[in-house]
Unconditional design. Structure first.
Length: 466
């Protein structure tokens, strides 16, 4: 590790101690994970116990309702000072830096699917060759959840009447993307791609995968040594290298699938206004055991026992305060989201407006990193269904009438238009632009193409039904 890297690591440890790390973990934990954290603490801290009667958030909160928010603000200030010091060593911040920072903050909690990840790299690699781009989109559309091309190029060419040379070029382009091994037609090709990315094209491991994969699968190491005229120790090292490769290179990416979630917040409507209510039904209400308080007060309790009890009580108080702080922070953020997205709660997703984390952070009085942690993995039950809190943070475009429309609303509009298109004559991106213009939404063709790709929708010539 370089001296600069070591300094940064030490500085980070000074900025955040163990208790603050726990506080941030609690803030970031979704409802189910928070329940697990509480159960773990109950198991290791004997002074903690569950309150039988229901206790409201207000009862567990400090007398000053802004006390816990201010502690987050102090942490944010420490982070800002730390990063300001780091930043000063590499020169002044540019407008490009600010734009990259804003993009990072507004997308920090988003789960990216494999298809979205590959399409974003395709956008960056755009060479202006529209034909190559269309073929690459087609290849990406045929890659499975593991990152493999489940249908051979020969079959794709025959089935869809596409030139083999064009498909091969597109496949090579996609295989240059991350993760290494993506777009391979089989295990052999997948492992070879990863070895080549590591600069091992001429290695013994590459030769084994290329020509002797069956021997490797059956652990015929002695036979491999004989066939390759290599010492057993070299074969052993090559096998270790191969074992470190990933036969399913894309398994770490989020896939679009349904799963059950527990909302952290529900929204209630009363007299035309919406109020966020924290879900505390499954969260045990904690208190400090009176028995241990009494034990601490008894003169005969030894110094070692006193020290142990005091330490556990401090830990318990910090945990209880951190949970109350989490609930208050998320509730305040939800309140600001409702205020900014009132039309969504009234009329649904088509009325979603652009919103960034900096706006909400300023209103709540915390740094945007706190907002990003607080909304990570959290869900809110609304009159229109259950949504991730990150759903409400999106950039947008301006309509003909001067109103702002979120990217999500534009994507929904594109989806609605495509659903009603003639199956035998799908709409081109240019035609989608015209339909959006008719709705008062002015966007460029390139923007429509980007949104369509992000939605996982193929180009018009590949959507055409037989």
């Amino acid at each position: 590790m370089s001296s600069q890297g070591l300094f940064q690591t030490q500085s980070l440890k000074q900025v955040i101690g163990p208790q603050m790390q726990q506080s941030l973990q609690i803030l970031q934990a979704p409802a189910l994970e928070l329940q697990q954290i509480v159960q773990q603490e109950l198991a290791v801290n004997p002074v903690l116990e569950v309150e039988n009667s229901e206790v409201s958030l207000e009862q567990t909160a400090p007398e000053d309702p802004d006390a816990d928010i201010s502690s987050l603000s102090r942490l944010d200030e420490e982070w800002r000072e730390y990063y300001a010091q780091q930043r000063s060593s590499v020169g002044p911040r540019t407008s490009e830096d600010d734009e990259k920072h804003r993009f990072m903050m507004d997308s920090i909690t988003a789960e990216t699917t494999l298809q979205e990840h590959l399409l974003s790299q395709l956008n960056l690699a755009d060479s202006g060759d529209e034909k190559l781009r269309e073929m690459a989109e087609f290849i990406i559309g045929n890659i499975d959840d593991d990152g493999l091309l489940h249908t051979s190029l020969d079959e794709l060419s025959l089935r869809h009447g596409l030139p083999m040379d064009d498909l091969a070029k597109a496949k090579a382009l996609v295989q240059s993307f991350e993760p290494a091994g993506v777009g391979a037609e089989n295990l052999r090709e997948c492992l070879m791609l990863q070895l080549e990315r590591q600069g091992r094209k001429s290695s013994l491991a590459h030769r084994i995968v290329d020509h002797h994969l069956e021997d490797l699968a059956h652990k015929r190491y002695t036979l491999l040594a004989k066939k390759l005229a290599a010492p057993p120790d070299q074969i052993s090292r090559a096998v270790e290298v191969i074992a470190s490769l990933d036969p399913r290179p894309a398994q770490g990416f989020a896939q679009m699938r349904n799963h059950y979630v527990t909302p952290d917040i529900r929204v209630e409507r009363s007299n035309g206004s919406y109020t966020p209510i924290m879900n505390e039904r499954d969260l045990p209400h904690l208190r400090i055991s009176n028995a241990y308080k009494d034990l601490l007060a008894q003169p005969e309790t030894g110094n070692e026992a006193r020290s142990y009890i005091r330490e556990k009580i401090r830990g318990a108080k910090f945990l209880i305060r951190s949970i109350a702080q989490r609930q208050q922070t998320i509730q305040r953020i939800a309140t600001e989201i409702i205020a900014h997205q009132h039309d969504f709660f009234e009329k649904g997703p088509s009325m979603l407006k652009p919103l960034n984390m900096a706006t909400v952070a300023e209103a709540v009085g915390v740094h945007e990193t706190t907002v990003s942690r607080a909304i990570a993995g959290k869900f809110i039950a609304t009159p229109h269904g259950v949504f991730e809190l990150k759903y409400f943070f999106t950039s947008g475009v301006r309509t003909e009438g001067g109103d702002d429309v979120s990217n999500t609303a534009v994507k929904n509009a594109i989806g609605e238009i495509i659903k009603t298109e003639p199956p035998h004559k799908p709409l081109s991106d240019e035609q989608l632009v015209k339909h959006l213009n008719d709705r008062g939404i002015k966007v460029a063709r390139r923007t429509v193409a980007k949104y369509r790709e992000a939605m996982g929708v193929l180009p018009s010539h590949l959507r055409k039904s037989a």
